[in-house]
Design a protein around this ligand. Structure first.
Ligand SMILES: [Zn+2]
Length: 446
């Protein structure tokens, strides 16, 4: 039970910037929407603008005022991250929209709803009854905003331990409990900002007012869900339902998140194994054409959305696209290390997953596909050459027959063996070669 003069509701005149701050972390942008109030035309005509800093709000006020003069209502996206549902990254509040403006009387012969608009007195009575109900609810609301025909009411959320998937489920429980607007379930739901006018009827504007404001009242989703007897274990079903809605029945994934244990060293054999490559570019272009899904070792279908394996994904945000044989990983979530609008190819993915530079990722993939880097092949051929030299120097059986000659060059074999050893210990890069052979240096005084 909180204190509120229900019959004589006072506008607290909360500064609208301060109001918005209650929903955002410092530095978090606010996303606004400006919409024709009379037609309530969402879509093409809506103006999506955002604000990053406090300094910008002065400018926003001027913009809002201009649009109000044109009959537009001023809204903000309650949750954080963007204008679209898929952009939302965290939840600011659970909330509801109580609108007592009209009453549905039934349906006509065409199935169309028959609506009766309530009088101001009737609406006032509904408003008062609703506030009593809200007062009696065990969990005190943080914010109440009065609109022309009802209220927006918010329970602000703690920023930790949130589950985006639980949002809809809890919103539905609020709707059921308070019998409020059924459409208030989307993550990117917008609501009106106080101090601006409600202009559905331009000749009778209504100033949106904040009548309860306590940003220190914050809750966890669990607390809200428990009081509403909302079973959060049903979240999984909700995900599947949402998925059906977004992607259609046929793409429903059985698994939540594909099992991913990191990219392993396991060698992948294919008909190209042992193929020789003569330069790095050729290797890179070959690696980019390899099956990313196989390298990741996960069970997903190409071109079908799934829950990203690189971040704590709540919705299917990722897709591995196979475009003419080139696999690319796309993740929609701006929080993900793999978020890149051009997608990441196999080498990029290995580099991200292992936090290693590009060239090391190439080396890793070369091992995986049993490909020798040109440098490695050069080194091996040089090693082989020195080993052969060593063997022929050791094998002096031929010389033994020529005793005199042997006496003269025997000392030379030891010197040659040592020089050969220096060469073997100092195989340089292929770039330093003389007639295609290894070059080595040793300091003066050796
Ligand atoms: Zn991701």
């Amino acid at each position: 039970m909180f204190n509120l003069d229900i019959n004589n509701r006072k506008d607290l005149q909360i500064d609208d910037f301060k109001f918005l701050q209650a929903f955002k972390e410092p530095g978090q942008p606010v996303f606004f929407r400006i919409t024709q109030d009379s037609t309530r035309s969402f879509g093409k005509n809506e103006n999506c603008i955002m604000m990053d800093t406090e300094e910008e709000y002065g400018f926003m006020r001027i913009v809002f005022k201009r649009y109000q003069n044109k009959g537009c209502g001023i809204f903000f996206v309650v949750n954080n991250g963007g204008q679209k549902g898929k952009d939302i990254t965290s939840i600011s509040a659970h909330f509801g929209d109580a609108d007592f403006g009209k009453e549905i009387m039934g349906t006509d012969e065409n199935g169309k709803e028959i609506v009766r608009y309530r009088t101001q007195d009737e609406i006032e009575k509904y408003k008062r009854n609703f506030l009593i109900q809200l007062q009696q609810f065990q969990l005190e609301v943080s914010v109440i905003v009065e609109t022309k025909n009802g209220f927006h009411f918010y329970w602000l959320l703690e920023k930790d331990n949130q589950d985006l998937n639980a949002f809809k489920l809890i919103q539905k429980a609020i709707i059921q409990k308070f019998n409020t607007d059924q459409s208030i379930v989307d993550l990117n739901r917008i609501l009106r900002i106080p101090n601006y006018l409600h202009l559905k009827n331009p000749s009778n504007p209504f100033k949106i007012k904040c009548i309860k404001f306590d940003p220190t009242l914050r809750y966890t989703q669990r607390e809200i869900a428990d009081i509403l007897k909302c079973d959060l274990s049903k979240v999984e079903n909700q995900i599947i339902e949402d998925y059906k809605e977004n992607y259609g029945e046929r793409n429903i994934l059985k698994e939540k998140i594909p099992v991913f244990q990191g990219i392993t060293d396991k060698v992948i054999t294919n008909e190209q194994n042992g193929r020789e490559f003569y330069n790095l570019d050729e290797i890179i272009s070959y690696l980019r054409r390899q099956n990313m899904i196989e390298v990741l070792g996960i069970k997903v279908e190409p071109n079908t959305p799934f829950r990203c394996i690189f971040h704590d994904d709540h919705r299917p945000s990722a897709v591995i696209a196979n475009n003419k044989g080139i696999y690319k990983y796309f993740c929609n979530s701006p929080l993900c290390i793999c978020h890149n609008q051009n997608g990441l190819d196999l080498i990029d993915i290995v580099s991200k997953e292992k936090s290693i530079p590009f060239i090391e990722a190439v080396t890793h993939l070369c091992n995986k596909f049993s490909i020798e880097m040109p440098e490695v092949r050069w080194r091996k051929s040089q090693e082989k050459k020195y080993a052969q030299n060593f063997n022929s120097l050791q094998d002096n059986s031929g010389l033994k027959r020529y005793t005199s000659l042997n006496k003269i060059i025997r000392w030379g074999i030891r010197v040659l063996t040592e020089i050969n050893q220096i060469g073997m210990d100092n195989i340089t890069s292929e770039k330093f070669n003389f007639n295609g052979e290894n070059v080595f240096f040793f300091p003066i005084g050796f």
